[in-house]
Design a protein around this ligand. Sequence first.
Ligand code: CA
Length: 236
Amino acid sequence: MGNKLKVLVVEDDSGISKFLKTTLTANDYDVVMAADGKSALGMVASHCPDCVLLDLGLPDMDGNQIIQSIRNWTAIPIVIISARTTEGDKAQALDLGADDYLTKPFGTIELLARIRTALRHTRTTSPSEELALTGSYHVGDLLIDYHKRRAYVNGTDTNLTPNEFRIVALLGRYPGRVLTYKHMLSELWGPLASSDNKILRVHMASIRRKIEPNPNEPVYILTEVGVGYRIAESAQ
Ligand code: CA
């Protein structure tokens, strides 16, 4: 079938790559495999995959180099699958241009959800098509209205400040996607903005008091500890 989406799996662990191939094939993706960085880069060019699943620890190259090389010429979605779990590792890969990050071991449902999300929004595209059509983003009882520049919960205005609205609006443009602190600060306050995350944390605490049913257990804007924030994706 020519209309299947093609995923390039870059993984040197044969057990994991077998699992990924089986899982993705069963879920109707075309799967191509690479076990090292050099062949991965070649296959991105020759096979034009729709998405890359990338392990960071490869025999010949660091995955971060691969992200950089790919980003030099294409915005194809890249989802990292890695045993590296530190916040710094995740933030680095995302800031280099990866779309999302899964820590091994991960479950099938989560893997498929992240791939679908990455396929929907590549990093460099403008606001999602849905948003362009409706001018709003809706998840659960939360509605972000881009024309009125207000956010509502159950139809009631949440009275976000202009800066709070800008933060929520930015996240709402990328449903389900983690945005790093660095990326957000730069989008909101320009490339020369301070890299201090404190301003985001302070605003987020206030935003959560206004939009979350329980600010201590947020359901709309989720924290990726040490990395950034992700707005929940509406069920489809
Ligand atoms: Ca590896």
